[in-house]
Design a binder for this molecule. Structure first.
Ligand code: GLU
Length: 400
């Protein structure tokens, strides 16, 4: 009989936790495979097909030979298209060039690259909380400390310069921003964003602005940090095609940063994944450059997310649930029944909901707010509405 393997993880990952957003969806898939009827509102993934003109451009790119390595930082036309779009927003003197762009295997890799090259052992990085689960872990993988800066639920958990300044330490070197926000759906107004950039500039902090949901805003356009920044010498903007263009599986994200930071991220990436998939880069190029047919598809998808939001939100609110105003992205964030009275009320609610009503959602502990839960409404409207009725039913029963 062989001896069982004893695995002691390295110090690099000793504190690492698996992504809860991914784990919830995998659990839902496993239950479905066992024959259980489950509505999966776990991972935020648009349910639409990638728009046809993008798919056709990708097929043509394969036939034209986009099957080999590309430059590690990505193909030049894609980086030029990203730079041109950035310059349309950014009015500062240091124009964005293709040398400032690194294309990666999803904005997740872009964020990881940025964290690893900007932060290191002993650095404190301010993370407005709740935030997407992977920020905390990525900062930790860079061996820096993620400092949770809790926002005010009455303001959609948004943070302001006062809160950030109060949480800062002499070792603070950066702040993570995300607007529209995952998990809250909150959107920072231009002056709110500007005030945070001003504080960061005064303190010499790096700002990583994750803008993957910037095109998905319902009430007013969501500003990019590039719209309000007057210089970008400490700014790294992260974006990608996954959410707005329904291209999650293509895995294309990018950073817009000062050139030396781009060079460092490129060097890092040259030892990890090299270039993002060639065909996916051509698909992303098509998404950014085709124009009206693709833009029309994006508008239609955003309008559809809004319809789902408007159909489902009243169901949760009528059940007495405290739901934040979802102004952007495609998540409802609400306080779980039992919040403040039991530990991990969100986790308990999610477990009961899956067990009793076959609905998979993500516990707020993933976003460092264990009293809350997140529902993705990037799914078929009938399913979203049905799931919200089940959430309302389970919440009422738990309160009774
Ligand atoms: N970002 C999405 C989410 O929060 C997709 C899953 C993931 O990468 O975390 O659900």
């Amino acid at each position: 009989m062989s001896t069982p393997l004893v695995f002691h993880p390295s110090a690099n990952i000793a504190a690492l936790r698996e992504s809860a957003t991914i784990a919830v969806s995998q659990r839902a898939k496993a239950l479905k495979a066992q024959g259980r009827e489950v509505i999966d509102l776990g991972a935020g993934e648009p349910d639409f097909d990638t728009p046809a003109p993008i798919r056709q451009a990708a097929q043509a790119a394969i036939d034209a030979g986009a099957t080999r390595y590309t430059a590690t930082e990505g193909i030049l036309p894609l980086r030029e298209a990203i730079a041109a779009a950035a310059n349309a927003a950014y009015q500062g003197p240091d124009r964005v060039t293709a040398a400032d762009i690194v294309v990666s295997t999803g904005s997740k890799q872009s964020l990881y690259n940025a964290c690893v090259v900007l932060f290191g052992p002993g650095d404190d990085v301010l993370v407005p909380t709740p935030s997407w689960t992977s920020y905390y872990e990525m900062v930790g993988l860079a061996r820096a400390n993620a400092i949770e800066v809790h926002g005010d639920p009455a303001r959609g958990f948004k943070v302001d310069p006062e809160r950030l300044a109060r949480a800062a330490t002499p070792r603070t070197t950066g702040v993570m921003l995300n607007s529209p926000s995952n998990p809250t759906g909150s959107v920072y107004a231009p002056d709110e964003l500007r005030a945070i950039l001003d504080l960061a500039a005064a303190r010499g902090w790096w700002v990583i602005s994750d803008e993957i949901y910037v095109r998905i805003a319902y009430d007013a356009p969501a500003p990019s940090a590039l719209d309000v920044a007057t210089h970008r010498d400490h700014l790294v903007v992260v974006n990608g095609v996954a959410k707005a263009y329904a291209m999650t599986g293509w895995r294309i994200g990018w950073t817009i940063s000062p050139t030396p930071v781009a060079k460092a991220m490129n060097a890092l990436q040259s030892h990890t994944t090299s270039n993002a998939a060639a065909v996916s880069q051509h698909a992303a190029l098509a998404a950014l450059t085709i124009g009206e047919p693709v833009e029309a598809a994006v508008r239609a998808m955003v309008a559809e997310f809004k319809r789902r939001r408007d159909a489902a939100l009243p169901i949760l609110r009528d059940a007495g649930l405290r739901v934040l105003d979802p102004a952007g992205a495609f998540y409802f964030y609400f306080e779980a029944p039992g919040a403040g009275t039991v530990p991990d009320a969100g986790g308990a609610f999610c477990a009961a909901l899956l067990d009793e009503a076959g609905v998979a959602i993500v516990p707020g502990s993933a976003f460092r707010t264990p009293d809350w839960v997140r529902v993705s409404y990037a799914a078929d409207q009938a399913q979203v509405v049905e799931a919200c009725h089940r959430i309302a039913r389970v919440a009422r029963a738990m309160r009774a």
